[in-house]
Design a protein around this ligand. Structure first.
Ligand code: TRH
Length: 369
């Protein structure tokens, strides 16, 4: 694909909660610059959240350039001298009114794309890339759905990601007599029962927990907050510092099992090509369980039936915070570990032949502009 330096993308992001909104936008913005040579401005309301995942960003500065991305505070007031070619509204975050007015009256209107949340639900295929003419303004907004099929916008995957992953693993041999787990999940009432199972299991488990994650659930098992390393029976819980996004990838690559959440860590765990369990962000009426099932339906399609059953049972016990079923769920998964390892590798490989989100957005923009 030819590099087109003249295209300008502005990405709008409002942080709802946690790190996912900022994390997805930051990853996308970096890729658009690094791989497509675009001029990208990330307009975000809470720069301090971005600074947590990228320490090179100064949370106190409104205008700065890091990794080639211009970072601006989204305050709704300041309009640039000229509008960008493409406006990406992340997760329906609402464009500021002055922007909408300027876009509506511009001689050459920017292409307006709403980047949606990731879902494996089948209806996404039909909704992807649909135009939505605005009732009150002469503007069209396009839905852009990340996803798992050829009919969606795909998933963010940097060109050199697998090569970096494999090189890292080749250089960092690990002990194979310890099961390494990364726990990046929400608070979960089933965690103490899972820890108890691991502590009394037949193999050593080291569970790394990025600082601030599931603190109450962990403290309720330990009887105190986790500081440094704590070993009980076969389980060592290890607090690890929050990393950059690239550092976080390396943590995933280093582990045998990744307990991930939300959106971005969920995708990165799939690229790590190791077994993982997903905890979607909790929603009213258990809508997150619908999302979980939709994903597991796809993911488990090519798994042997008994392995698929075990993965689904464990995932449901974990996501329902079902302390009574989590230990049997774990015991059910154990015999299928080799099959789950092979499947995770095959899944990553197959998924990588599908669309890539940054590239699909750029292609769409080039067709329209
Ligand atoms: O933080 P999250 O729970 O974000 C969620 C989801 O995006 C969810 O869809 C959204 O509705 C909700 O926020 C408001 O999980 P997620 O999506 O995995 O994002 C975490 C980001 O943090 C990801 O980009 C990886 C990054 N990260 C680091 O860079 N370093 C770290 O050490 C860790 C633990 C995470």
């Amino acid at each position: 694909m030819a590099v087109n330096t003249s295209l300008r993308f502005d990405v709008f992001c409002r942080v709802v909660d946690n790190y996912g909104d900022a994390g997805v936008c930051w990853r996308l913005a970096r890729e658009l610059v690094a791989e497509h040579g675009l001029e990208v401005t990330l307009r975000i309301d809470r720069i301090e959240v971005l600074a947590r995942i990228e320490p090179a960003i100064d949370a106190t500065r409104a205008g700065q350039r890091v990794a080639g991305v211009t970072i601006a505070r989204l305050d709704g007031e300041c309009l640039p001298a000229s509008l960008p070619d493409v406006v990406i509204e992340a997760f329906g975050c609402r464009l500021p009114q002055p922007w909408l007015q300027a876009m509506a009256t511009a001689a050459r209107k920017p292409l307006w794309i709403n980047l949606e949340y990731l879902s494996a639900e089948p209806w996404v295929d039909g909704a992807h890339a649909l135009p939505s003419p605005q009732p009150r303004l002469p503007l069209v907004r396009h839905f852009w759905f990340p996803g798992f099929t050829r009919d969606t916008g795909g998933l963010i995957r940097e060109r050199d990601l697998f090569a970096r992953r494999d090189a890292w693993r080749a250089q960092h041999a690990r002990r194979d007599d310890v099961l390494r787990v990364l726990l990046f999940g929400y608070e979960n009432r089933a965690l103490p029962a899972l820890f108890e199972r691991w502590a009394h299991g037949s193999e050593a488990v080291t569970c790394s927990v990025p600082e601030g994650v599931a603190m109450q659930s962990i403290a309720s098992w330990l009887g105190a907050p986790l500081v440094g390393n704590v070993t009980r029976g076969q389980l060592t819980l290890e607090a690890v510092p929050f990393a950059t996004q690239d550092g976080f990838d390396r943590m995933l690559w280093d582990c045998d099992l990744n307990l991930v959440r939300g959106e971005d860590s969920f995708v990165r765990a799939q690229w790590a090509a190791r077994p993982f369990v997903w905890q979607p962000y909790g929603q009213a009426d258990e809508a997150h369980l619908v999302k979980l099932r939709a994903f597991l339906d796809r993911y488990a399609q090519r798994l042997a039936q008994d392995a698929a059953r075990a993965l689904v049972d464990f995932s449901l016990a974990y996501n329902r915070e079902d302390a009574a079923r989590i230990a049997t769920g774990w015991d059910g998964v154990l015999p299928h570990r080799p099959a789950l390892v092979r499947h995770a590798q095959a899944w990553a490989q197959t998924l990588a032949s599908g669309p890539e989100l940054g590239a699909s957005l750029v292609e769409f923009a080039r067709e329209r502009l």
